[in-house]
Design a protein around this ligand. Structure first.
Ligand SMILES: N[C@@H](CCC(=O)N[C@@H](CS)C(=O)NCC(=O)O)C(=O)O
Length: 218
């Protein structure tokens, strides 16, 4: 396995999930190293001292320590389902959507899910603010359904793409915080989109449970 890219990953991390989704669709071969966030391997920290997953170490020595960089690296080499946005407009839409997800939405998600970590009595205010963003996704899905006249809607346009893969793992976390509440909201397209993602072969494959990576003794 000497010349394969090495991915340090954590199964439940949404950033690592989206990197694995892109690596999977690209078909590139790599070595997967499952890590525990509480006991990060020295080799991973040596490659990327900031200590977040995912990290992709390339045979050239280059290290990609941002999930988006890993996705772009993989898809630029092989993008069989056209995940990368083609037009400048589609690229802007993806960039703006990913920034909204990774910035504002992620902040609300964390505070909704773990209010005690932020000294909040509860996360309801942040659930409401996150829900406003989810209603924007619902509107985008409905508009795309209409434009592309098909039975399934995607954030990226006519088919599943980079924006969908970047956002879905985070919407899933939001939904799982209180599924009964999530399922009762007026976002039918978003619910269908999320359920299709959760039931997909791609999701099942990237969520396979793998043993922790143990570095071999020198
Ligand atoms: N901007 C980074 C964020 C990655 C990130 O924050 N990952 C979390 C896990 S979901 C992490 O590794 N946190 C460090 C820790 O928990 O020790 C990316 O897109 O890859």
């Amino acid at each position: 396995m000497a010349d394969l890219p090495v991915l340090y990953s954590f199964r439940r991390c949404p950033y690592a999930m989206r990197a694995r989704l892109a690596l999977r669709i690209s078909g590139l071969v790599y070595e997967h190293r499952e890590v525990a966030l509480k006991a990060k391997p020295a080799a991973m920290l040596a490659a990327s001292p900031k200590g977040t997953v995912p990290v992709l170490c390339l045979p050239s020595g280059e290290v990609l320590a941002q999930s988006l960089d890993i996705m772009h690296w993989a898809l630029k080499q092989h993008d069989p389902q056209g995940w990368l946005p083609m037009s400048p407009e589609a690229k802007t839409l993806a960039d703006v959507g990913i920034a909204l997800n990774d910035g504002e939405f992620k902040a609300h998600l964390d505070r909704y899910k773990y209010p005690q970590r932020f000294d909040l009595e509860n996360g309801l205010q942040h659930r409401a603010s996150g829900a406003e963003i989810l209603m924007c996704w619902e509107a985008q899905l409905r508009a795309n359904l209409h434009t592309h006249a098909q039975s399934h809607a995607y954030l990226s346009g006519a088919h599943w793409g980079l924006l969908d893969a970047c956002v879905a793992p985070f919407v899933r976390q939001f939904a799982r915080t209180d599924r009964a509440w999530f399922d009762a909201q007026p976002w039918s397209q978003l619910s269908q989109w999320l359920t299709a993602f959760e039931n997909s072969e791609a999701f099942a494959e990237v969520m396979l449970k793998l043993p922790l990576w143990l570095p071999r003794e020198a």
